[in-house]
Design a protein around this ligand. Sequence first.
Ligand SMILES: *Cc1c(COP(=O)(O)O)cnc(C)c1O
Length: 379
Amino acid sequence: MQFIDLAAQYAAHKPAIDARIQAVLDEGQYIMGPQVGELEEELASYVGVRHAIGCANGTDALHLALMALSVGPGDAVFTTPFTFFATAEVISLVGATPVFVDIEPETYNIDAAALDEAASRTSRRTGLRLKAVIPVDIFGLPANYEALEQVAGSHGLVIIEDAAQGFGGKIGDRRAGSFGQVATTSFFPAKPLGCYGDGGALFTNDDGLAALLRSLRIHGKGLDKYDNIRIGLNSRLDTLQAAILLEKLKAFPRELEQRQRVAERYALRLADAVTIPRTPTGYLSSWAQYTIGVPLGRRDSLVRGLERQGIPSAIYYATPLHLQTAFKNLGHQRGSFPNAEAAADSVLSLPMHPYLNCADIDSIAGALRKAIKETSCAS
Ligand SMILES: *Cc1c(COP(=O)(O)O)cnc(C)c1O
């Protein structure tokens, strides 16, 4: 049993993926080959935005977004402490100050009311300029953009959607990647749409921002690549990765449906035993992770119980960002963001990928129920 079965996906699409890779080798345009632009068009149309801009990875995508919006020293950028490190790392990297905002306990996404309070407090008590907020579509579920747009608007905050996990998700008819002034995603192999190495993209409807991002990802190039008009990064998406993604994007809509079916069957088998993920009405998760909540203090023994039965699991994220060593300087402690801390103490992610069949899901659920029974006897 695999936590994420990339081999099964490759096996299902091997001839087509191999042909795409071979075509790049035959053409030899390894950097910014035609597949990059082709993929960008496909991505923009899938997400429903004017522009998609490929880049080297999801972290760079966030970094480029902050650079394009001229975020820097003296700026406050709000984000959730319950995310992968990169979301907040890039804020510090450009010299701005990450301001953490607690999450909703049920969706694990940033809490719009808490953002409102944090923005008011920051403008009263610090000299920081209120600049942006980076909501994360955690585990694949889009954040509450309707509420966030209102709060961000009232404080003059730009929204940067971190859709590294959310690609494919929806609120109503709007796809993840279309929220905010600019959105980012990652094609790290284990993400809902992954390549065979590092890759990322940005999405925007803003023509000016798109042009700026296209410059910034290639050393701040002007019209000619040896005419550098600003300081940028070397952050192109490899042609080979774009070619692989073109094929994987074709399979993606069906894979997304399969993920949804996996999630539904997990819910059916586990709802009475653990806290299953909550998807608000009108929302579609891309199920980057299937993350359950387990009783406090029981998680380690459940992980071991699953392991003994050959079932892998993972903990995203055991340490909320405000308690990470690298952010010590921000002066937070345990108790600063109670919902994020409670989540960090109780979440457990189960195997999730489109190639799990009903028997797999039933055996994972059965193994979990057995592990629960065993740990309750032991305690
Ligand atoms: C994976 C991830 C990133 C970073 O993407 P990379 O491609 O690994 O750089 C950023 N934010 C979130 C929420 C992620 O899950």
